[in-house]
Design a protein around this ligand. Structure first.
Ligand SMILES: NC(=O)c1ccc[n+]([C@@H]2O[C@H](COP(=O)([O-])OP(=O)(O)OC[C@H]3O[C@@H](n4cnc5c(N)ncnc54)[C@H](O)[C@@H]3O)[C@@H](O)[C@H]2O)c1
Length: 247
């Protein structure tokens, strides 16, 4: 069986790199039109140029005006989206509650939690009109077990996304909209590689599958949650962590 997303429009935030890029690529290969919204416009344009039927938009998720513009552009140009992957986020490493300033707290909560909320608010009515949709929110292992190296603000933002997801699942269900969260463990993207550089073995030895995750490991789950195969799956958190945490 082949996953076929032809005729579907997907918005992937943070698709210029890492998990977002891998997910945009798989969604595109499955036939979806993919719009990549990222604060890094040249990076988003580069990825979009590699894909069939893809476009890039500049969007700063931390700025409500920018998010509103993104929703308006997508609604005007594509009539809305069928798939919303709220992937963009700031991974902020801090040790101890005293290490996080009020400004850093606000920045991380604004980008990681308020941004996805505003995108859902701006695009969910359109999904209802289209007769259904798929919302996928990038939470984290940190929401499940607390921040390990990522700071308390990051863990709080990712845990907040779980409440957001479950509420969206309740509201969207009667309209055929599913909302699910993914909780990646340690995935080898640029910020993570930088953080664990030189100590990889100490991380992989604690993972039952004995390796870090790849962006593609996560993208495969995103593809499933975006597709018709997950039609009866909503309000859940999918852990993608090689067995590091088994809920
Ligand atoms: N890599 C991991 O181990 C891991 C684990 C758990 C959760 N996650 C989550 O997965 C998501 C992707 O992580 P990644 O490792 O691919 O990160 P990454 O840093 O490689 O990619 C993040 C993308 O988001 C974009 N971005 C950052 N701030 C933005 C903003 N204000 N507005 C719009 N775009 C913005 C960046 O330009 C980049 O393209 C994040 O939400 C992260 O918290 C990652």
């Amino acid at each position: 069986m082949r996953i076929d997303l032809s005729g579907k429009t997907a918005l992937v935030t943070g698709g210029a790199g890492g998990i977002g890029k891998a997910s945009a690529t798989l969604l595109s290969r499955a036939g979806a039109r993919v719009v990549i919204a990222d604060i890094n416009l040249p990076g988003a344009e580069e990825v979009a140029a590699e894909l069939r039927n893809a476009a890039a938009l500049a969007c700063d998720l931390g700025d409500p005006m920018s998010v509103a513009e993104t929703c308006a552009t997508i609604t005007a140009e594509y009539g809305g989206v069928d798939i919303l992957f709220n992937n963009a986020g700031i991974i902020s490493y801090r040790q101890g509650i005293g290490a996080v300033t009020a400004e850093e707290w606000d920045t991380v909560i604004d980008v990681n939690l308020r941004g996805p909320f505003l995108l859902c608010q701006g695009l969910m009515e359109g999904m209802k009109r289209r007769g259904g949709g798929r919302i996928i929110n990038a939470s984290s292992l940190a929401a499940r077990v607390g921040g390990i190296e990522a700071g308390i603000h990051y863990a709080a933002s990712k845990a907040g996304l779980l409440g957001l997801t479950r509420t969206l699942a309740k509201e969207g269900g009667p309209y055929g909209i599913t909302a699910n969260a993914i909780a990646p463990g340690i995935i080898a993207t640029d910020p993570v590689r930088k953080q664990i550089s030189g100590h990889e073995e100490s991380y992989t030895s604690g993972i039952p599958l004995r390796r870090l995750g790849t962006p593609e490991d996560v993208a495969n789950v995103v593809l499933f949650l975006a597709s018709a195969l997950s039609a009866y799956v909503t309000g859940i958190v999918v852990d993608i962590n090689g067995g590091l945490y088994m809920g």
